[in-house]
Design a protein around this ligand. Structure first.
Ligand code: FMN
Length: 193
């Protein structure tokens, strides 16, 4: 079974991270890290309240043995070490603060450390940076990482599949993110299909 690390940070678009998690859990083991700043945004944007009793609530919400959860302060977690082998990592959505920490190897919390490890070990990494507009600083950080082979996949919608509901737009973006990891999905209508 594949084993992925998924981080959800405090950018808008937490629904993308949660939907990616639901999809990954269908076939894979997932090691989930949520930044401390993301919990309030998850609550405001989706209504899901994991601000208290976090680990228990997340466990009950997904109800699967395949999910492992870590707080972003827990630097001693398995994902902080390169000896803990995984099939790659996704950061969805990725805030500009976390992007900067990653691009500069700052490793100041478990998310940044886990990404640092994934980069040094040469494992697949996808970031879904979300801000509007992007500044030159944001773009330089993205370019630096793209040149290292990191997939930069911002949650930008397309309209050729004729979305009618927010869910259609979310599924398109989540489907494209899964495509990057070669994970089979039928979440959106492909051009030419
Ligand atoms: C409602 C709300 C929406 C936010 N949206 C974004 C965003 O889209 N992109 C971003 O880079 N930061 C956004 N922020 C700011 C980040 O949450 C903040 O920089 C935080 O320190 C990020 O920390 P983290 O990367 O550890 O989660 C938002 C903050 C709030 C309260």
């Amino acid at each position: 079974m594949k084993k992925y690390i998924l981080a959800i940070t405090g950018a808008s678009g937490s629904i993308f991270g949660i939907r990616v998690l639901e999809e990954l859990l269908k076939t894979a083991e997932v090691h989930l890290i949520i930044s401390s700043g993301a919990f309030q945004i998850i609550k405001d944007e989706t209504g899901i309240d994991w601000t208290t009793g976090t680990e228990d609530r997340i466990r009950r919400h997904f109800d699967t043995e395949r999910l492992f959860f870590y707080e972003d302060a827990r630097m001693e977690s398995p994902v902080a070490s390169g000896s803990f082998k995984t099939d790659g990592m996704l950061v969805v959505p990725c805030s500009m603060k976390t992007l900067s920490g990653i691009a500069n190897g700052y490793a100041n919390n478990l998310i940044e450390r886990a990404v640092d490890v994934v980069i040094k070990e040469g494992r697949p990494l996808l970031l879904s940076p979300r801000e509007m507009p992007f500044s030159a600083i944001h773009l330089e950080n993205m370019l630096k990482l793209a040149r290292l082979g990191v997939k930069i996949a911002p949650p930008i919608p397309a309209f050729y599949h004729k979305p009618e509901r927010i869910d259609d737009i979310v599924n398109f973006i989540v489907g494209k993110i899964l495509d990057s990891f070669d994970i089979e999905n039928g979440l959106f209508k492909r051009w030419g299909s």
